[in-house]
Design a protein around this ligand. Sequence first.
Ligand code: NAP
Length: 249
Amino acid sequence: MELRDKVILVTGSSRGIGKEIALLFAKNGSKVVVNYHISNFEPDADKNAKKVVDQIKKNGSEAIALECDVSKEEQVRRMVEKVIETYKKIDILVNNAGIVYDIPCFKKTIEQWRETLNINLIGTFLCSKYVTKYMKQGRIINISSTNGINSFCPESMDYDASKAGIIILTRDLAKQLAPNILVNSIAPGWVNTNMNKNLPKKVVREEENKIYLKRFAEPEEIAKVALFLASDESSYITGTTIIVDGGYG
Ligand code: NAP
């Protein structure tokens, strides 16, 4: 798919799904902004982001890495301004950054609840708010989750609420930004990333059995859907959420 010279900002793209989105868009000719955030979840985020940028450049495309905690308004404002300073425009925003606390629901602190909502949901809003100051025509792709649609892991109420919020925020934004900006979300099921690295083997086997395709998705398989949603092939799709769960239940 041809996305030559499009400028894309992918939040949380130093690893996991975001990284694969960054690499796939670069392969298709886009200039990529790799956003990362050094935190307790990933103290080596800067090194990871640099590796993604180096890989993109080695393959002949353009990329920069920008640190920003997407839950902090001032940092988001500065990140977006830096993108405009560097590339003069933003064509595509992928709101991918997300966290989950694997802690039983009533053991989660209010601070953990707030952090999850702040990064996953409010971060999506903040990046959309500042990017749309400059994006006259383009695409916003939000990464939700099937957890935002059904109660698969009732322990993760905070995460589920943040992902459900992203689905309605997608619809609201799509209506407000039509017809020049198309806004959609992707709801992945299980994906092979660090987010699931601590799942007990037994749970993985049980969950794989419930998936029609009998395996978790690879992050590249989510990236391909993002590429479709950013391309001319999806010119009549807005306000919707595409479930990518390999068939489940
Ligand atoms: P991951 O490997 O844990 O990656 C999470 C990403 O989010 C990292 O790149 C991280 O960046 C970034 N991030 C976290 N907090 C941030 C903040 N405050 N500011 C900026 N970036 C931040 O998980 P993943 O599976 O790739 O997750 C990507 C998205 O897919 C998330 O929204 C997740 O909820 C969603 N999702 C995942 C699955 C799954 O099964 N894996 C299923 C459905 C939906 P740093 O490393 O730079 O901190």
